[in-house]
Design a protein around this ligand. Structure first.
Ligand code: 5GP
Ligand code: MN
Ligand code: MN
Length: 313
């Protein structure tokens, strides 16, 4: 039973705020009234939230039988040449910010780098640094960040940016979309709360919740660029940068096995709330030094139902 339900008085009326909060049982997600102040929201809900630190597995450990090995990286910012070694595995996940400003050459280089990796499946989403992947930003061309880098994009032929994602031939690129890999349903989304007017920025609240509402409930592994509130989201200025409604969506509606993200470089590491394991896989630290190792996890291979099993219900 949620704490808010326990607060019901004899009349049955709730004595607490009517707005559901992360951790409540209702699956209907509404915008938290203080969504624009995630640090304060976290201070009010943390007493009923579980955040346990998880020690990632050593990549040298052999993969157990009948398991799929996932290798997570994020925020490589065109520095893959200097990053720690990427362990072998079945599925490589990159949670965005693979470039500095997504010049064509950076995207080509990243794609070539992906081509050198042995993983059978590679899944990539964009982050706020992938400006040229954000169709709206590129068509309006009026964000401060776009204008400050405009000269870098002059080399892009007219409308070439519209096809920029087609340069990623060595991976599956997800943008508010799902893919099925080795029996797992994996969904990816690049959006994060507005911060300095970069790519895939949206205001906190309903605009972001509209994106999270697209995540299917049967998602096994969720990839977003930004963290949810409370997990891997503590910025170096002491503020919580995670999205309140993303935490609500993960905890109350989607309940994925894993949620992989990056964006807040200093939040690198793995935590769990007892239901979902949260992986902040940022390779670069807060000074954009590519020093953190990739994070590896194994999941049992889902049993594919046989025809007999399907018909024997
Ligand atoms: P990036 O520019 O690579 O997306 O983010 C780099 C760094 O900017 C993060 O590690 C974090 O220190 C800071 N940052 C990004 N977004 C936010 C935010 O929404 N709030 C705060 N406080 N810091 C942020
Ligand atoms: Mn980054
Ligand atoms: Mn980012």
């Amino acid at each position: 039973m949620s704490f808010r339900r326990m607060l019901k008085g004899a009349s049955g009326r709730s004595l607490a705020s009517k707005e559901p909060e992360p951790g409540d049982q209702s699956t209907e997600i509404t915008v938290h009234p203080e969504t624009r102040n995630p640090t304060r929201v976290w201070d009010t809900i943390r007493y009923k939230q579980k955040v346990d630190v998880v020690k990632p597995i050593d990549p040298a450990t052999p993969k157990p039988r009948d398991h799929v090995r996932f290798v997570c990286i994020s925020d490589t910012h065109s520095k893959t040449g200097a990053m720690p070694e990427i362990p072998e595995g079945d599925v490589l996940i990159h949670a965005g910010d693979f470039t500095k400003i997504s010049r064509r050459k950076e995207v080509v280089n990243f794609n070539e780098f992906l081509g050198t990796l042995p993983h059978r499946h590679k899944i990539v989403i964009a982050g706020n640094h992938e400006l040229t992947f954000d169709q709206q930003l590129m068509s309006e061309r009026n964000s401060h960040v776009f204008m400050s880098f405009a000269s870098a994009f002059e080399g892009l032929k007219k409308n070439e940016w519209k096809e920029i994602r087609s340069l990623l031939t060595n991976c599956t690129y997800l943008e508010d979309s799902q893919t099925h890999v080795m029996g797992f349903k994996i969904y990816g989304s690049p959006w994060q709360p507005v911060f300095c007017d970069w790519g895939f920025n949206l205001p906190r609240g309903q605009a972001l919740l509209d994106k999270w509402n697209k995540i299917p409930e049967d998602t096994d592994i969720l990839i977003t660029h930004g963290p949810p509130l409370g997990h891997g989201d503590l910025a170096s200025n002491g503020c919580r940068a995670g999205c309140v409604e993303l935490l609500s969506t993960v905890q109350r509606r989607v309940r994925p096995k894993y949620h992989v993200f990056g964006h807040i470089h200093e939040g690198y590491g793995v935590t769990t709330d007892g239901q979902t394991t949260f992986v902040n896989a940022a390779i670069c630290d807060v000074h954009y030094r590519p020093c953190n190792p990739p994070i590896v996890f194994d999941l049992p291979t889902p049993r594919v139902p046989t025809v007999e099993a399907e018909s024997s219900v």
